[in-house]
Design a protein around this ligand. Structure first.
Ligand SMILES: C[S@@+](CC[C@H](N)C(=O)[O-])C[C@H]1O[C@@H](n2cnc3c(N)ncnc32)[C@H](O)[C@@H]1O
Length: 497
């Protein structure tokens, strides 16, 4: 704890010397006299329920106010790390590596320099572990229960493994110490890059931004000009003028639509004129509030994949349900647009595609204009698709190994796991306990005489943290299906009365 505090203090005074500042007066000048780059607008604080370490407001802050500036010279980019000639020459011999793989190698290279790294105070403050999907072991992966999420985890692990293997020769050329050559080191560095880089216009790999990467995440709101409208536009424009938003989440939208709503998906950006990364308040904050940053639009599974957390209330969460091939082929909606919203309502495109699919083939052309405007076609058509949706969601829920109630109980047990006997006591109330046995077996506590004496090892604790994320994710998934059933029931009832 004491060490953490010291590390943070050196980060903040080092940052002041580099010209990083939260002061409202604009200067990129180093502030040698200051012991901290913060204090005018922000301070580092702990927010246990929304991200842990983060940035809090030290005064009331207005929406749109500048809250932090980080000069270009402080950023870790491929370009800045490759000022090191040896690294630059070695990288040039491995042209097939992606920009992100090279940035991961750059980070490990700087870590290997220890105290001689120019970013040492920053590197000392990086998290030691991450709970991203690629870190999930077999047990945590299975705990997700839903095929789509299990495949996502497998894909993330395979991707990390193959990227590490491809970069191995470069890391050997650079004579990395054995601990930096390990897969574990690679996953740590790749997770750091995935969860902390910010967009810069000159390098698709992005940058690590000291102090700027202490902002925790806030989801973009549920504005009517959001993705739902964008989907609508996409499938109706023959040649959409597409742009790319939010890092590697390739959401294509009509540029005119975006301009017209002047929607800002992030609250920070690199500003050429002042050669610095600048951050602006995305909301009004009272003194003491956490000041948040929107990194982009993510579902909970994507948040788990890239950042290792999920949101209890995520307006951008989606649940995909299995659809018959004929649903996809009956309309031009993209597969990605056919989902159930976080609140249980089917997406505009899903409703439209189902309405069309439930229409006899020879009548589809004549109702096309109604479908694309979001109108119901007939009472029979609407009742049919609502019954179909309800049945599909119900079957999905029934096929999962645990119920919504059991997951709620399990999460409650996990929240009390500091007393292991309490954890066991609560889980005794669950009807299916296979998962509990697997956890106990995996961590050699199955045969403990008394659970009162059990203290979880560090490994078991980490596994429980990831298991908890998996249970939170599947519970959210189940809630969405459950809410969709309620939505369908309500619509069906409205036809009866
Ligand atoms: C850019 S860092 C933010 C600062 C970070 N909390 C730290 O201590 O360094 C992003 C990481 O913070 C955590 N995080 C950010 N926003 C969060 C939120 N709303 N809820 C939970 N964790 C969050 C996640 O671990 C994520 O990978």
């Amino acid at each position: 704890m004491e060490r953490e505090k010291e590390n943070l203090e050196s980060l903040l005074s080092w940052a002041a010397q580099l010209g990083i500042s939260d002061s409202t007066t604009r200067t990129n000048q180093p502030q040698h006299s200051l012991s901290s780059c913060l204090g005018s607008s922000l301070c580092v604080s702990h927010f246990p329920h929304s991200g842990g370490r983060g940035l809090g407001a030290v005064r009331d802050i207005k929406k749109g106010e500048a809250v932090l500036r980080v000069p270009k010279s402080a950023l870790i980019t491929r370009e800045s790390v490759m000022e090191d000639k040896m690294l630059c020459v070695a990288v040039s011999r491995h042209a097939s590596l992606s920009s992100v793989q090279i940035l991961v190698v750059c980070l490990l290279y700087e870590m290997g320099k220890g105290k001689t790294s120019r970013w040492h105070p920053y590197l000392m403050n990086l998290p030691h572990t991450y709970d991203i999907l690629a870190m999930f072991g077999e047990f945590e992966k299975r705990a997700l229960q839903v095929d789509e999420a299990i495949w996502g985890t497998e894909k993330a692990t395979l991707k990390a493994k193959s990227e590490w293997k491809e970069a191995h020769a470069l890391m050997e050329d650079l004579m990395f110490k054995p601990q930096f050559l390990k897969f574990k080191a690679w996953v740590w560095a790749a997770a750091t890059i995935s969860s902390r880089t910010l967009h810069i216009p000159w390098d698709e790999a992005g940058c690590l931004c000291p102090v700027g990467d202490l902002f925790n995440y806030d989801a973009p709101g549920e504005e009517p000009s959001g993705i739902e409208d964008s989907e609508h536009l996409l499938s109706n424009t023959s040649n959409p003028d597409t742009i790319l938003l939010s890092g590697d989440k390739n959401i294509m939208v009509d540029a005119d639509l975006l301009d017209s709503h002047s929607q800002r998906l992030t609250d920070g950006g690199f500003e050429e004129e002042i050669n610095a990364y600048c951050f602006y308040a995305r909301a009004y904050y009272k003194k003491g509030d956490q000041v948040l940053l929107c990194y982009g639009t993510y579902t909970n599974l994507e948040l788990l994949e890239h950042y290792g957390f999920l949101l209890q209330e995520n307006p951008n969460d989606k649940v995909f349900i299995p659809l018959e091939p004929a649903v996809y082929s009956s309309s031009s909606w993209s597969k990605e647009s056919l989902y159930i919203h976080h609140n249980g309502k089917p997406s505009f495109a899903l409703l439209a595609a189902l309405r069309l699919w439930a229409t006899p083939q020879n009548k589809r052309r004549s109702v096309g204009h109604l479908v694309y405007s979001g109108s119901q076609l007939s009472a029979d058509n609407e009742i049919f698709i609502m019954k179909w949706l309800l049945k599909t969601c119900d079957a999905l829920l029934k096929n999962l190994p645990t119920s919504l109630e059991e997951d709620t109980l399990l999460l409650n047990a996990m929240d009390n796991s500091h007393h292991f006997s309490t954890f066991m006591g609560i889980t005794n109330l669950m009807s299916s306990r296979n998962e509990i046995y697997n956890f106990l077996e995996g961590h050699h506590i199955k045969d403990a005489h008394s659970f009162t004496d059990v203290i979880l090892s560090r490994k078991a604790r980490r596994s429980m943290d990831m298991w908890k994320l998996a249970v939170q994710w599947r519970l959210k998934y189940k809630k969405v299906l459950f809410d969709c059933i309620s939505y369908c029931t309500e619509i069906l009832d409205s036809f009866v009365t």
